[in-house]
Ligand binder design. Structure first.
Ligand SMILES: [Zn+2]
Length: 1011
């Protein structure tokens, strides 16, 4: 066997692939290998890691040359059928049947990437087979183009409109102030090149894209010699090359006419073709300018005013400089920005923009009042001068160093496996013809930089001179929220439709649309989808890896017994502490203050020190410290009730919690515990000015994210009268919370802080639980410190909860009469996109019925809902899920152009499917997919937290095994029965809610939005 790790093999060949290099990745304690296929030019970069969650990604350089969104439409269309898989949407079929732990397709301004991951080997290769066929051999027929891209639609009255999946998706993107403001920065810095175009598509340009251009795009970019296959995990490289060879290489050679070896096939660096090199050139702004542009008002709190400085290619020192200046609220620049009073809802903007090869700094403010623009410019420029002249304090340097040290070591899982973070780094090099390993040594690079920072005390301040004071090109930008924005775009859209309808052959269009609709309505049979490779239930592992949670007790002052939970996980020298206090001993009138209270808990100062000194101090010791809340209750599954009974006297189950959490490097454990007990016991609620700033930021954030969070808001409305947990959820995190927030402005900082102080004290007096997560070595250092910490923090034994009901909460739910009782509730705002949600019942947790319902929900989401709401309705997504803990189930649509119709569609799907016969095969495939969803690996802290938090609601990690085993036993009959139950339930209870644009007519109860 060919050993890819043997340096003597460099330059040698395996199965047509030349081994070009072996990279030592010391920062990740592993190696990577780089290979190229001699004839097709396909490149492979494999990070070899003893991790069974293997990931592959096909990446193509796709640089935009306009804003017609071709890259994005291509990304969608390759997944709509290919040579070996001539289905409507093999991707959806695959997502519904495979065990993927990640499966996606992503369009960037400079590349398109198709990643997939699985912990099951056979499944991994199945996905790779479907994806490779999709990207290299897609059908790309005209029907796909008009479905995913754009088309004119005729309604019953003969009115024309533009439709298309990508077209509708992008209309949603062009409706939020924030997104448009960010794009404006990039466009300003890099005018007239790929970075300034919208690679995902501007709805005003998308309709210009022709089918011919679309086909040419694939020809040009989706070529094996413009592709990197990124691999990560423990499946040997050679096995993967064998697989490619067997399934694809000959077909690729034929299709792409690869008759001989490519030029420079043994080049050590990625080969970028000249025509692509031309497109990838970034054009930089050449002289200082001032630019003004407008954006929609939705989500804005004032103008965005920024200064931008070009800063050259990627370099760790820029990341460091940004952290020093703005890493936290007490950093010298962010502090000055926040306290500037140049608007009502100010929040600082700062970034070291490094998405492409070249970077730039952005500093400024959002929420700025009109006419204050010049003041912002002066403030930023004078502040930088001042900071340079005064010098930077050692504490600010230390806290930036600690922040970076910490974040480089923490293994996270945000949108998928950590291997995606590494993929991003690899592609940043590869895409531009640089070595794949260019950015794969951040820890060692930072260690070297730390040397410089330590040895030269002026090093840090000189960076300010280098990048700002001596930098002659400054771009000043104002993004103004304006009513004109939508008006102008709507006008342009009308003109566009008019233009497209000139010389329109209505007969031809009608024929095309009929074909499209017939194609969309065709429901694929199991015979059609049989070509998609599938994993069988018998091949699944029933032995699950269950995280351990050790339950013990620590002794506090006066022999108070404090419940202590310990999670041992592979945390890489980091440890995490959670301290929780119950808040269910409060009245409902007090409970509603919890969300904003958690926001200010560790941010407002302690021990009579200034908040900014406190923040600097804590960031020199810890990775982070923050306030949090945790709510819920135990369900009435017999297994849960048994546990509840067992721990009844301990008072830690089925509670509502507020708390403080922190994370730190283990070598700082002693200081961390000391500081944490100081924070907890000496929390101050005095600084009104700081309160006002935090409140303004909180409010601005709520406003900015209102449209993006629209689906969550309506989901809460559908269930808020169902039980006390949902009722509390609406009051704490739903539109009703906005009512509470709006009161703070009236009550004022001083009084609000007093309320918060009383609440915090009362919660502390009600007792505490502690949870610590660390690796084995870290626990050895931490264990001896715990008892001292518990005493220093003066934790009390837990008092019992005071029970509450929906009726207690109801007075704080706005328009509560409109909720429940099968009513439709409406959230009307200015938004180009909408959402629909509805809620009905489900069976009790851990029951056999519950398992059938979960399988049904998954099937429905991947079949009926997908077909009717996404494919035919043009929404971005639609799903159903079951919350058996609360005996409820939900439907929702996402970025839905016609949410008012979707509520009925959900219901009609239930009716239709209640009469359907499910085949054994389709149920088996859905079961496999459900198993896949349930076994998705989590980050070390994710595992620990879920084990701990679920345990507090009598749902220990071991119950997961029961749930998954129940799912594996689900039969076709179980699913059929579930379908019948859901239909019956939906006739009894069906609470709907819609998030929709103000201008649209729609019946239902309008809900006030106190924002
Ligand atoms: Zn998309």
């Amino acid at each position: 066997m060919f050993d890819v790790k043997d340096k003597n093999n460099i330059g040698k060949e395996y199965n047509g692939f030349i081994l070009l290099g072996i990279d030592e990745l010391a920062d990740y304690k592993t190696q990577a290998v780089y290979l190229r296929h001699k004839k097709t030019g396909l490149e492979v970069y494999h990070i070899l890691k003893e991790d069974k969650e293997n990931l592959f990604a096909f990446a193509f350089r796709t640089f935009a040359n306009d804003s017609k969104g071709c890259a994005h439409i291509m990304e969608h269309s390759t997944l709509c059928g290919s040579e070996k898989y001539p289905l409507k949407e093999p991707f959806t079929t695959l997502a519904g049947t495979s065990l993927n732990t990640f499966l996606n397709a992503l369009t960037y301004p400079d590349k398109t990437v198709y990643p997939g991951a699985s912990v099951v080997r056979a499944d991994y290769f199945n996905m790779m087979d479907v994806y490779a066929d999709a990207v290299f051999f897609p059908k790309l027929d005209y029907t796909t183009f008009i479905q995913e891209g754009h088309r004119l639609e005729l309604d019953e009255n003969g009115n024309l409109s533009i439709q298309g999946v990508v077209y509708n998706e992008m209309k949603g993107n062009y409706s939020s102030f924030k997104d448009i403001a960010i794009d404006a920065q990039i466009r300003t810095m890099y005018p007239d090149c790929f970075a300034s175009f919208d690679s995902v598509g501007d709805p005003l340009n998308i309709p210009e894209l022709t089918y011919e251009e679309f086909l040419d795009f694939h020809q040009k970019f989706y070529n094996p010699d413009n592709c990197l296959l990124y691999l990560y995990g423990n499946i040997p490289t050679c096995e993967q090359l064998d697989f490619l060879n067997e399934r694809f290489i000959a077909r690729l050679e034929k299709k792409y006419n690869c008759t001989k070896e490519i030029e420079n096939y043994n080049s050590e660096l990625p080969i970028v073709k000249p025509e692509i090199k031309e497109l990838q050139k970034l054009k930089l702004i050449q002289k200082s300018t001032e630019i003004r542009c407008i954006a929609p008002k939705t989500g804005s709190t004032g103008e965005v005013v920024t200064l931008n400085w070009y800063s050259g290619s990627y370099d760790m020192e820029k990341y460091f400089l940004s952290e020093v200046l703005c890493g936290n609220d007490s950093s010298p620049l962010s502090y000055r920005l926040m306290n500037s009073k140049l608007g009502d809802d100010l929040s600082p903007i700062w970034s070291n923009f490094g998405q492409f090869q070249e970077e730039f700094f952005t500093y400024g403010l959002s929420g700025v009042k009109k006419k204050n623009e010049q003041k912002v410019y002066d403030l930023v420029q004078n502040s930088l001068k001042e900071i340079y002249e005064e010098g930077i304090s050692q504490k600010d340097i230390d806290s930036a160093v600690m922040g970076i040290d910490f974040s480089l070591r923490e293994v996270t899982r945000y949108f998928g496996p950590y291997s995606l973070v590494l993929m991003d780094k690899v592609l940043k090099g590869w895409n531009y013809g640089n070595a794949c390993s260019t950015q794969l040594s951040p820890i060692s690079t930072f260690e070297k930089l730390k040397e410089k920072i330590r040895s030269d005390k002026d090093f840090t301040r000189n960076l300010i001179k280098k990048y700002f004071l001596d930098n002659k090109i400054v771009v000043k930008l104002v993004v103004e929220p304006s009513d004109k924005y939508f008006k102008e775009r709507e006008n342009s859209e009308r003109k566009l439709i008019k233009k497209l309808s000139v010389n329109l052959d209505k007969e031809k269009l009608k024929k095309e649309l009929d074909e499209l609709h017939a194609y969309q309505q065709y429901v694929e049979t199991p015979e059609d989808t049989a070509c998609i490779p599938k994993t069988k239930i018998s091949e699944l592992d029933r032995n699950l890896d269950i995280p351990k949670l050790e339950i013990s007790e620590a002794e506090g002052n006066n022999s108070a017994k404090i419940p202590l939970f310990l999670s041992e996980e592979d945390t890489n020298g980091i440890f995490y502490v959670d301290v929780l206090f119950p808040f269910d001993t409060l009245d409902a009138d007090k409970m509603r203050h919890i969300p904003f209270l958690t926001n200010i808990l560790t941010n407002i100062g302690w021990n009579s020190k200034q908040w900014n000194d406190c923040i600097t101090e804590s960031s020199c010791v810890m990775g982070d410290v923050w306030g949090r809340a945790l709510c819920g209750s135990c369900c009435d599954a017999p297994q849960s009730l048994e546990l509840l009974e067992k721990y009844k006297n301990k008072n830690f189950m089925s509670r509502q919690w507020i708390g403080v959490s922190c994370k730190a490097l283990t070598y700082k454990a002693k200081e961390t515990f000391e500081l944490l007990s100081e924070i907890i016991t000496k929390m101050d609620f005095l600084d009104e000015k700081r309160f006002d700033n935090l409140f303004a930021e909180f409010l601005a954030d709520k406003k900015a994210s209102f449209v993006a969070d629209g689906r969550n808001y309506i989901l809460k409305r559908t269930s808020c009268m169902l039980d006390k947990d949902y009722a509390l959820g609406e009051v704490l995190w739903g539109v009703s919370q906005l009512q509470t927030i709006s009161e703070y402005t009236k009550i004022g900082a001083k009084k609000t802080l007093q309320i918060f102080k009383d609440i915090y004290k009362s919660c502390m007096e009600s007792g505490a639980v502690v949870h610590i997560t660390a690796d084995k070595d870290s626990f050895e250092k931490i264990n001896p410190l715990i008892s001292e910490f518990v005493k220093a923090a003066d934790f009390k034994a837990l008092k019992p909860a005071v029970p509450f009901t929906v009726e207690d909460i109801k007075p704080y739910i706005i328009n509560s009469d409109a909720a429940g009782n099968n009513e439709v509730q409406l959230l009307k705002v200015h938004s180009q996109t909408g959402y629909a949600a509805s809620c009905t019942k489900s069976s009790v947790y851990l029951s056999k019925e519950a398992a059938g319902e979960n399988v049904f929900a998954s099937w429905l989401g991947n079949h009926s809902l997908w077909d009717k709401i996404r494919t035919m309705g043009g929404a971005y997504g639609a799903m159903m899920w079951v919350d058996n803990m609360h005996k409820a189930s939900f439907f929702s649509s996402y970025r839905d152009p016609t949410p008012e119709k979707s509520l009925e569609v959900f219901k009609s799907c239930l009716k239709e499917i209640s009469e359907k016969e499910f085949s054994k095969e389709e149920v088996e495939q859905t079961v496999v997919a459900c198993y896949g969803d349930a076994i998705v690996p989590r980050s070390p802290i994710g595992r620990a937290n879920s084990a701990f938090e679920n345990f507090l609601y009598a749902n220990p990690a071991e119950f997961r095994a029961i749930r998954i085993n129940n799912v594996l036993e689900v039969s076709a009959e179980d699913v059929q029965n579930a379908a019948k139950r859901f239909y019956k339930w939906s006739e009894e209870l069906y609470n709907g809610a819609i998030f929709i644009d103000k201008s649209k007519k729609c019946s239902g109860n309008k809900i006030d939005i106190p924002l």
